[in-house]
Write a protein that binds this ligand. Structure first.
Ligand code: C5P
Length: 408
C-alpha cells in the first residue's frame, strides 16, 4: 500500500492513570498534520474510552488482536491486522508506557495487539513512561529501560513531580507537548546520511596475556552501538567493527566481531576503501603483552612482570591515509579535556574529536548517558549537555552531516 503524504503515527496507550493525557496528545499530533492510529491495551480502556480517541483521530481504535465473537468473517482480517499496522506506519509512540509494557517490550512478549504489532514494527519506537516512582526506580524496570535504550528505543520522560498516587518523584508522564515534540523530531529527521558508508569501531579490545587472561578496559560499547544505530536510521550504510561487548547488534548494520587491537586494525583496513566516514569510538588497548604465554601462567609467590609493547593506533593510521574521508575520533580524558582533545585532533588528523571526561558518575564508559564536547578545527568547542547516548549520538551525527556538507 502506498504511504500517505502525512507521516503516520501509531499511538499505543497503556493502562495507567496518565492515559487521560493521551487524548490531549492525540489531538496535538493530529493538529501537527500526522495520521494517528490509536491502539489501546485492554487495561487502557478502563481509563479512557476508545470513543474519545476515535473522535479525535477519526480512526477506528484497535483494542484487540481478534474480532469480537460472532463475527467470523472479520476474524482473518483482524488476525493479520497487526502486521499491516506495523508496516504502514512511520513511528510507534507509546504513552503512557507502563512498567508492564516496558517489561513486555524488553522481553519480546506478544500477548495482545500492541505488543504483537510492536514485534513486527520496523521503525523507530518512542516510549513515554508513566508510573509510580518506586516502580520506575525498581531494578527490574531500570534494567528493561537500559535494554530498550541499548536497542535504540527512544524515551521522553518520565518527568519528576507529584504523582496521582500522592508520591513525589520521577514517574510522571512527560507533558503532551513535550511528547509531541519528541515524536516530531523523530518523524521529521531527514535521511541526511543517505549515500554515506560509515565505519565505526566500538567497545574495548582484549589483549591476551595467556590463553585465559586478557588486558582490557571498562568500555561498554554503548556509545559506538548508539552511533551505529542512529547512523543507520539516518540512511547511512554502517559497518560496525566491535570488540567484545554484551550488547545486541543494531538492526541492519554489518557487524564484524574482533577481540584484539591487531584484529580491529586488520578489519578496519580491509574495508577502508568503501568508507566515506570513519568514527573511532573503540577504547583500543594502547599496549599488549609482547609475548603472550602459550600455556596458562602458573601462580607463583614472586612478583610477575609482563612486558608490554605498543599496538598500532588505528585512528592515526586512518588519519594518515585520509583522502576525502571524514575522520572522527574520541578522546576520553580525566583532566585538561579541551587541551588534550585538540592535541589529539591535530596529531591524528581528525576533522572532529568527541571529548568526554571519564570518571563522572553515570556518564562516560559504562553508563547509559554521556556528556561531551565537540572539537573541530577553527571552530569554538561545542558542549553537548548530559543526555542518553542515543541523543548524544544524534548530536555527533548532526556535526558529521554538517562537515560532510562543507566537504562537498
Ligand atoms: O590517544 P587515545 O587512545 O586517547 O585516542 C583515542 C582515540 O583514538 C579514539 O578515537 C580511539 O578509538 C582511537 N584509537 C585507535 N587505536 C588505538 C588507540 C586509540 O583507533 N590503538
Amino acid at each position: 500500500m502506498p504511504k500517505a503524504a502525512a507521516p503516520r503515527v501509531i499511538l499505543g496507550i497503556g493502562g495507567g492513570i496518565a492515559a487521560y493525557k493521551s487524548a490531549e496528545l492525540a489531538r496535538l499530533l493530529v493538529q501537527q498534520g500526522y495520521e494517528v492510529q490509536p491502539v489501546m491495551t485492554r487495561a487502557a480502556t478502563e481509563f479512557l474510552t476508545p470513543l474519545t480517541l476515535s473522535s479525535l483521530t477519526h480512526k477506528r481504535v484497535i483494542t484487540s488482536l481478534f474480532a469480537p465473537a460472532g463475527q467470523p468473517e472479520a476474524t482473518l482480517a483482524s488476525a493479520i491486522e497487526h502486521i499491516g499496522v506495523a508496516l504502514e506506519n512511520d513511528l510507534l509512540l507509546v504513552a503512557p508506557a507502563t512498567a508492564d509494557l516496558l517489561a513486555q517490550f524488553a522481553q519480546g512478549l506478544a500477548g495482545d495487539f500492541l505488543t504483537t504489532m510492536h514485534l513486527a514494527f520496523p521503525g523507530p519506537v518512542l516510549l513515554a513512561p508513566a508510573m509510580n516512582t518506586n516502580m520506575w526506580n525498581h531494578p527490574a524496570t531500570q534494567a528493561n529501560v537500559a535494554l530498550l535504550r541499548a536497542r535504540g528505543y527512544h524515551f521522553v520522560g518520565p518527568a519528576a513531580g507529584e504523582l496521582a498516587c500522592g508520591m513525589e518523584g520521577p514517574g510522571r508522564l512527560a507533558e503532551p507537548a513535550a511528547i509531541a515534540a519528541a515524536a516530531s523530531a523523530l518523524l521529521d529527521k531527514k535521511h541526511d546520511l543517505a549515500g554515506e558508508t560509515i565505519l565505526l569501531t566500538a567497545g574495548p579490545t582484549q589483549e591476551p596475556i595467556d590463553p585465559v587472561r586478557v588486558i582490557t578496559n571498562r568500555s561498554s560499547g554503548k556509545m559506538g552501538y548508539a552511533l551505529a544505530q542512529r547512523a543507520q536510521a539516518r540512511g547511512a550504510r554502517v559497518i560496525l567493527v566491535s570488540g567484545p561487548v554484551a550488547l545486541s547488534p543494531p538492526a541492519n548494520v554489518e557487524l564484524l566481531r574482533v577481540e584484539t587491537a591487531a584484529q580491529m586494525y586488520d578489519a578496519v583496513m580491509s574495508r577502508l576503501a568503501e568508507v566515506s566516514v570513519f568514527i573511532g569510538v573503540a577504547a583500543v588497548a594502547d599496549y599488549r603483552p609482547a609475548r603472550p604465554a602459550a600455556e596458562k601462567l602458573k601462580k607463583s609467590v614472586s612478583a610477575l612482570a609482563i612486558e608490554l609493547e605498543p599496538t598500532t593506533d588505528i585512528l592515526a593510521a586512518v588519519g594518515r591515509d585520509k583522502g576525502h574521508r571524514l575522520v572522527v575520533g574520541f578522546a576520553a580524558e580525566t583532566g585538561n579535556l579541551l587541551g588534550e582533545a585538540e592535541r589529539k585532533r591535530e596529531a591524528k588528523n581528525c576533522d572532529l574529536v568527541v571529548a568526554n571526561l571519564v570518571g563522572a558518575p553515570g556518564a562516560g564508559f559504562e553508563g547509559d548517558e554521556n556528556e561531551v564536547v565537540l572539537i573541530r578545527r577553527g571552530q569554538q568547542p561545542e558542549p553537548v549537555a548530559r543526555a542518553a547516548k542515543t541523543v548524544i549520538a544524534d548530536r555527533i551525527l548532526d556535526a558529521v552531516a554538517d562537515l560532510r556538507a562543507r566537504q562537498a
